[in-house]
Design a binder for this molecule. Structure first.
Ligand code: SF4
Length: 125
């Protein structure tokens, strides 16, 4: 399978072409199952392209209700990126959360979901 990607790691936005062999995920990278990346200008692009084709990662942003303030939501995000296939699991947890003010940017609102934390990205007095 061949995929065309634009690298999002830096503003240069290199156009890359990725050749992904028809192998199981566990065999990927082994002899005969190497992923080939062309068009990247640096190693970071290759790492991004391989990750995007084998285990794509995303940051998740959303909002959580602040229970002790009327009609107030706090913006939140995952502290680290998570596997794309964990997005629904993370969103289910975020939807179930209810937090109390005061909140500072960076406060941890949930300390373990899909291997990361949910943190506030807005101050609420
Ligand atoms: S491949 Fe390297 S230079 Fe090109 S966009 Fe990605 S990080 Fe930037």
């Amino acid at each position: 399978m061949n995929r065309d990607l634009i690298c999002i790691i830096c503003p240069r936005g290199c156009k890359m072409s990725v050749d992904v062999p028809d192998c199981t995920l566990s065999d990927m990278g082994k002899p005969g199952c190497e992923i080939t990346v062309v068009g990247n200008s640096c190693k970071r692009g290759e790492v991004y392209a391989i990750s995007e084709c084998t285990n794509p990662q995303r940051s998740i942003t959303s909002t959580v209700r602040v229970s002790n303030r009327e009609n107030v939501m706090v913006s939140v995000k995952t502290k680290d990126t998570v596997s794309k296939n964990k997005i629904f699991e993370v969103m289910k947890v975020i939807r179930s959360l209810s937090v109390e003010a005061p909140l500072e940017i960076g406060d941890e609102l949930c300390d373990n979901v899909a291997g990361t934390k949910i943190i506030a990205t807005k101050k609420v007095e």
